[in-house]
Write a protein that binds this ligand. Sequence first.
Ligand SMILES: [Zn+2]
Length: 97
Amino acid sequence: MATDYDAPRKTEEDTESIQALQERVPDKLSGVVDTEDADNLGSLELAGQDLANVELDVVVLPPQADEFTCVECFLVKHRSQVDHETKLGSVCQECSR
Ligand SMILES: [Zn+2]
């Protein structure tokens, strides 16, 4: 069979081309190709999750039961800071001065 002899040759060529690729890629990625599959990917995922959590903490601030969002300054304040209500919502004492 001719394919029986061709098979190992193809594999050799594939290996060579892969090696050629591996020699090029580190130039762009600073040699992190080997760890990309295992450690690097894991740490990246963790970092992303950390960032996501931080962003959620900062951006999403739903007023709690004892809090309100002032329609003038858009700050979330304690309900004890409410000066008066408007059609739009509550106005804090700071904005009512
Ligand atoms: Zn206000």
